[in-house]
Ligand binder design. Structure first.
Ligand SMILES: [Ca+2]
Ligand SMILES: [Ca+2]
Ligand SMILES: [Ca+2]
Ligand SMILES: [Ca+2]
Length: 370
């Protein structure tokens, strides 16, 4: 049923308004005041730490105008402008086409590939009337045979996809920058043309290099735990929503302290550690030692009764407070290493800190007796 060669061809028959579009090969969407904007989805795909590039897939859904002749289909992207030029790292890696059968059906865009980069198409696009001055153009083409086209049902849709890449540090230069899409063919009368009514700027969802990066700043650190803690009562737990799905790190459809534990595993893995971060390791250096105790001492929240505590201020069991239940938990897990990252402990001249030390010593003694 699916003949890839046919599907590539249909990339060129993008028309937002099927009723008013002429039936011609490799035509473009027709400008029309009534026609809706072309539907587009952009998803983060991957990060390659060898090349230091992030990739995003852009999917553009369209109605289809049936082709009539054999042709070379062409498509491309023009990116950037005189104001903000495409960063050096920006590339359009591939053009791909998928067929979606019926409304809302899933499809596999990657299963249809075949366009090749084409400098002539890029040059044509660069010279088009309406192409942004100062933009960088990327062109693709593929020869197609229209006589093997699969029959299309009324609800079927073709999806044209582009795979883009850039260095993570160029995110700001890419996101919100101007973008133009084009398609056409080598047939006389149906040359490559700019899409109309497409959103003129590229709006990228933020990317993460790892699941533990909950605030999208490309590192996994205590600020990500702060994000998790800020979501609600993790001790009681609550159902995740679509918006909070990224925080459900153990995938059980709930947000609770088990996701904190999962974060401690994932973040340790992110930093190349074999074992999950232990409760008590507030500075996340892989050891629960004296430097951690100093940090919670400075924060001064032990048995304070103040709600809203975080990992860094001693709330290791994620119930909002720093109290003996946290120290008990830390010592049950039993990773306290008094010789780790030794620093002189401050004078225990405050009641809460004395209480903390007494508790720690108590739990340590109990553990040793066992
Ligand atoms: Ca982060
Ligand atoms: Ca969960
Ligand atoms: Ca530590
Ligand atoms: Ca607690």
């Amino acid at each position: 049923m699916h003949n890839p060669a046919c599907n590539y061809f249909l990339a060129c028959f993008l028309a937002a308004n099927l009723a008013s579009a002429p039936v011609v090969a490799c035509t473009m969407s027709i400008s029309s005041v009534e026609a809706p904007e072309i539907e587009i989805e952009i998803e983060f795909e991957d990060y390659n730490d060898v090349t230091n590039r992030v990739t995003y897939q852009i999917e553009i859904e369209s109605s289809v105008v049936p082709p009539t002749n054999t042709a070379v289909c062409q498509c491309g992207i023009s990116f950037g402008s005189e104001l903000v030029q495409a960063p050096e790292s920006f590339r359009v890696l591939n053009a791909i086409v998928g067929l979606r059968r019926g409304e809302g059906d899933d499809f596999d865009l990657d299963s249809f590939s075949g366009f090749e980069p084409d400098d002539d198409v890029a040059a044509t696009l660069a010279g088009l009337n309406g192409t942004n001055n100062g933009s960088t153009t990327f062109g693709f083409s593929t020869p197609v045979n229209p006589f093997n086209l699969p029959p299309l049902q009324a609800e079927d849709a073709f999806v044209l996809g582009f795979l883009i890449e850039f260095a993570p540090e160029d995110f700001a230069a890419v996101n919100g920058n101007q973008i133009q899409f084009a398609a056409g063919s080598n047939e006389p009368g149906h040359p490559i043309n700019l899409f109309q009514r497409y959103q003129p700027t590229l709006k990228l969802p933020p990317f993460r290099l790892d699941e533990c990066d909950l605030n999208y700043d490309l590192v996994c650190d205590v600020q990500d735990l702060d994000v998790l803690y800020s979501l609600g009562d993790l001790a009681r737990g609550f159902e995740r929503t679509d918006a909070t799905e990224v925080y459900d790190l153990n995938g059980d459809d709930r947000i609770d302290r088990r996701d904190v534990q999962e974060w401690l595993k994932k973040a340790a893995d992110f930093h190349g550690l074999d074992d999950a971060y232990a409760p008590g390791d507030v500075n996340l250096d892989g050891e629960f030692g004296t430097s951690d105790l100093i940090q919670v001492f400075v924060a001064g929240q032990y048995e304070s009764g103040n709600d809203g505590q975080t990992w860094a201020t001693g709330d290791w069991n994620a119930d909002g407070y720093f109290d003996s239940s946290d120290t008990l938990y830390a010592f049950q897990v039993g990773r306290f290493n008094p010789s780790a990252n030794i620093q002189p402990l401050p004078e225990p001249n405050t009641a809460p800190f004395t209480l903390l030390l007494v508790t720690l010593c108590g739990w340590t003694a109990i553990r040793h007796r066992k």
